[in-house]
Every structure is written in C-alpha cells, then in structure tokens.
Design a protein around this ligand. Sequence first.
Ligand code: G16
Length: 539
Amino acid sequence: MIETIKTTPYTDQKMGTAGLRKKTKVIMQPNYFENFIQSIFNTIPALNQKSFLIGGDGRYFNKVAIQKIIKIAAANQVKKLYIGQNGLVSTPAGSHIILENKLDGGFILTASHNPGGIGGDFGIKYANATGGQCQPAESQAIYEQTQKINEYKISDMPDIDLSQIGLTRCEDMEIEIIDPIADYIKLMESIFDFNQLRALLKSDFRFVFDAMNGVTGPYGKKLFEEILGAPAGTVIHATPLEDFGGLHPDPNLIYAKPLVDLMFSDNAPDFAAANDGDGDRNMILGRRFFVCPSDSLAILTDHYQTIPAYRNGIFGVAKSAATSMAVKRVAEALKIGYYEVPTGWKYFIHLMDSQRITLCGEESFGTGASHIREKDGIWATLFWLSIIAQTRKSVKDIALDHWKKYGRSYYLRNDFEKIPQETADKLMSDLQNKLPSLIGQTFGSYTVNEAYPFIYNDPVDHTSTQNGLIVHFKDGSRIVYRLSGTGTDGATLRTYIERYVTDDLLENPEDMLKELCGVSRQISEITIRTGKEQPDIIT
Ligand code: G16
C-alpha cells in the first residue's frame, strides 16, 4: 500500500561540492532523509520509465537509508532499481554501473572521506544519467523542491533482502540486486595490462593497499589478491565497517598515519595506496616517499602511453584551480588540451562528454579519467602500478625524474576548520574586495603580480561559476583561497600554497613553503579574524 505522509521542509538541504553531506544525526531527524529523496524524485519526469542505482560505502545508516529509498521509489512508481549486494557500491563502480546499464541516475550513500557512525557523517551523492554528480542547475532545482515540500509518498512494503543477487518485484517496480564488483573489474581489465600487473604483483615487489575499512576492501581483495595474484594480506582494513573501525577514512598523511609510518619505516614495502570511504580518493606512497596529488596527476599524464587504453592518444587533461600547475607544464610539453575548472568533479563531466579531456584530477586526492564520470582510487592505483611495472623504477625515482624534466611545484594545503560561517563568509568577501589593491604589494620575498577571483566559463553549457580567490606572485608562486563545500561542522577555509622551482628538488615542502604560508595568513587576516595562528590540518 502507498501512503502519503505530510511533512514540513528543512531549510538546510542545499547540496555542497558533492551532494548532501551532514552529521548522521541530522540526516536521521524525522522525515529529513525522506524529504530529500522525494524532492529529487519531484524534479524527474516520467519516473515510471526511469531506472536508478542505489548503493553506499557501508557506513552507519546505509542499509536503513537504502530501504527508505526503495519504498519511496516504489511509491513514486519508479520503473526499476539496481542495488549493490549488501548495499555496497563504491562511487567509481556506481558511475560505471549507471553508464553501462544506461540508468537515469543513482544514489550513492556516503559522506566520502568523512568519519562515519552515529556521531559521524552521512551523505547522499546523487548522480544523473551522465554517471556523475548532477550539475548546479539540477541541484538548485532539487533545493527548491526541498524548500516547499509538504508531503512524500512511501510504500509500506516489507524490507528487501539485500544479500541475495537476483530480481524481485515490489508494487510495480523491479528490483535487481547486483554484484557491484565484477563489472568494475572488467572495466579495469579493458584499460590496463593485467598480465603485466600480474607479473609485478607475483614477483618480490611488495605492495600494500589500505581500504581504510571502507567500501574498496572487497574490490581490492578480489582485484589485487585473487585476480592479480598479490599475496593474501596485501589489502589491509579490508572489511567495510559502519564506523570505519573508528578510522577517519581520508587517505592523507594525517588520517592514514599508520600506513604512512609503515612506508617511512625500515620495513617499508615498495609501494602503497590508500582509498577513502567510498573509493574515489587515493593517496600514493613509495618507500619513504609521499606523492603529492597534484604531482600524481602530472606524472600519470606524462606516462599515459604506458597504459593500453591511452596508447593511441588522449584528448587532454583538466585540473581544479586549486590544484598545482604541475600538470599544465606536462600538457604543454605533450601538446594536449588543458583546462582549469572549479573544485568539484562535476565540472570535468562536460569536458569528458565533449571529448576535450581524457584525464583529470584535483589536489584533494582525486584522480580519474573518462572511463567513468567520477574520480577513481583503484584506477589511480593500477595506473601507478603500471608505471612501476614498465619503468622498473621506485616511486621516488619516478617523481624525481619528473621534477628534473619539468621542475617541481612544492605544494601544501592549509585548512582552518570549524570557523563560524559568518566569519568565513566575511573573510572571503573582504578578501575579494581587496584583491585589486594587493597587486604590486610585496610580502617578504614575494610580490603580487595578479589577484583575481577564479571564474570558470563552461565551454559546453556556457554557464560561469566563481570558485576561490587566486593571488599570483612574480616568481610564479600562487595562493588560492576557498571555502570547503564538504564540511559538516562550521566553515573550513582552505588555502592552497604553491611555489615552483627547478632546483632544490628534494627539500621538505614545509620548509620550502614556510614563508609563503605566513604570507597566506597575512593576506587573509585569518589570525585576526579567527584567533587561529596555525592551520588545523596541513596536507
Ligand atoms: C568532493 C568532490 C571533489 C572535490 C572535493 C572538495 O570530494 O567530489 O570533486 O574536490 O569534494 O572538497 P572541499 O569542497 O571540501 O574542498 P569527495 O571525495 O568528498 O566526494
């Protein structure tokens, strides 16, 4: 039976950089989740001809949320749902499932790299038929629905068993529980040379893949250990846990510290990669070596011919404005297209669909390509393994060769967290207003030669988006300021700091950027405005 439940709007259901992300307890408020799902359905015509994917990273509330979407979808007469077995689907595999099966969209239930559990975060990444997160106009339409919703429809059908692969029918809707892993692995096999990878992983090469108790554990076990022959135990933190075992499933130097400590110890393996909760972010480590994500994008791009799928050429490459300029130098040398977009993977989608780019990446530990419309942590890991297999060099030597050829962009991101929203908004608007007056000013050894808000004009739909403020110095150094769109606790000011050099290639980034970090604080007046003398997180 279908029930119509009266409800009232929640004012805070605007999607951020990647869907709706909130404290789990916020999402669990009465009707909060239901309102949001119904609001999405309200923007989609002819639901009885539409099919969607549902899955998540396994965090707390995942299974409850899935049953709710099933019942709301059935009541709204959706044609068919594809659901990952046991409610699990990684964000990249989800993108592939949507594209492969020509679905109309998908709900990936995740707060990505944010911690899980009842005291943690929960989120909904809503993808459209492109296999990527919906575009700003769609999220605006959904937001407008959330602000006027007064009822939602829900079926009183019993819960569906998510553990059994197969087809069932409820109300008039088909439900297919699918294996979320098999097709994704086939896709990887169509891109990479599995024989070459197998030879490497079966040799004495030592590799660790840290799934951080997120969704990529089962993917990694199947792919690296069963199919590519890496020894059992290669994949660590391999079981998706509702609270990620207390871990903060964010693959960076701070939250993946045990892995970092291992890689900097005497017993370090040759190579390590970590993925975040939903499997789209990646961190790459060599023995006593960390690969900055901006460099990772540049190095992968420079080695594209290593990979069978790209051997015949690639269209071009794109990065977010906050990502370092390293990949631009590679694009120029390779004479391929180059684009700079706002933060948020959705901005790459038009560039991929219009065949302007093949590869893309962001400083926030995201790298990917046009095989799907999301960033892809396992793909990045396989790409690095392929470069190692082909060059027979260590990660550090691969990076050093790169810097010798192109110079090095030393790069750090400083995050100032839990700032009251009003303080952060005022800081950004005041900073934007004073940008013109910065030009020509000298701060220590750095003189500003350009300062402007980053404005992106989408070449496909001709919309423009403003995202971040850029201060450029005479020596090529840059500072980018922007507010995070994924936090759930006040505002986070991110400052991205970059300095380009052609010698001193193996110095410590914190030393090389010490003065510039100070300049970034001075320009933003962060200390005066928030009392914070240092960033909360440096990555
Ligand atoms: C999400 C988006 C990314 C984006 C990141 C930025 O990542 O998918 O494209 O780079 O947010 O986050 P912030 O706005 O906090 O800087 P994820 O992995 O959280 O989905």
